[in-house]
Design a protein around this ligand. Structure first.
Ligand code: HEC
Length: 150
């Protein structure tokens, strides 16, 4: 798992470096996020993932702090810093996700958000390659509180 996380981070770093040589600077930042699903070799991620309901860590201030940072890196480009669905990628033409505050309680449950991160949802591609298990849970706890806490 640690190796997978490390390689995912390397891939992200590579994507970030790559943007400097992109021919169309206006779209460079969106390239990694908009890569069609299925372009990574099957089997590059261990499957199946542990069940969402059994591996949930206890929410702590440290977990929420980690979630805030990881959300900013992995989700805010599309979902916006405050979860309004107005991230920079959306402003460049990617379909807008719904604001998290507009979702009902079931859709904001941490286990469901982890499921969306792992498996994708509609036009949102699965992000298990980039977002490890621990980050997924920390992000989910952060997102489930968005709009309900200052
Ligand atoms: C490349 C842009 C992009 C990124 C990055 C992204 N999302 Fe999404 N997300 C979307 C879009 C677009 C939708 C709406 C998909 C649809 O309804 O077809 C969505 C939907 C969702 C939903 C479901 C909303 C509903 O209707 O119930 C959740 C939850 C979610 N995203 C969480 C996350 C989290 C957490 C992250 C970060 C780990 C993340 N997303 C990263 C674009 C993105």
């Amino acid at each position: 798992m640690r190796a997978v996380l490390a390689s995912g981070l390397l891939a992200l770093l590579a994507a970030a470096c790559d943007s400097g040589t992109e021919e169309r600077p206006g779209t460079a930042a969106t390239r990694a996020a908009m890569r069609p699903s299925g372009t990574l070799p099957e089997g590059s991620v261990p499957r199946p993932f542990p069940g969402a309901s059994t591996d949930r860590p206890a929410a702590s201030p440290a977990l929420l702090a980690r979630g805030r940072v990881a959300y900013g890196a992995f989700c805010a480009p599309c979902h916006g810093a405050s979860g309004g669905g107005d991230g920079s990628v959306v402003q460049r033409g990617f379909p807008a996700p719904p604001p998290f505050a507009s979702l009902d309680e079931a859709a904001r449950a941490p286990a469901r958000i982890v499921d969306v991160i792992r498996h994708g949802h509609g036009r949102m591609r699965p992000m298990a390659e980039q977002v490890g298990n621990a980050d997924s849970w920390s992000i989910a706890e952060h997102v489930s509180r968005m709009g309900t806490e200052p």
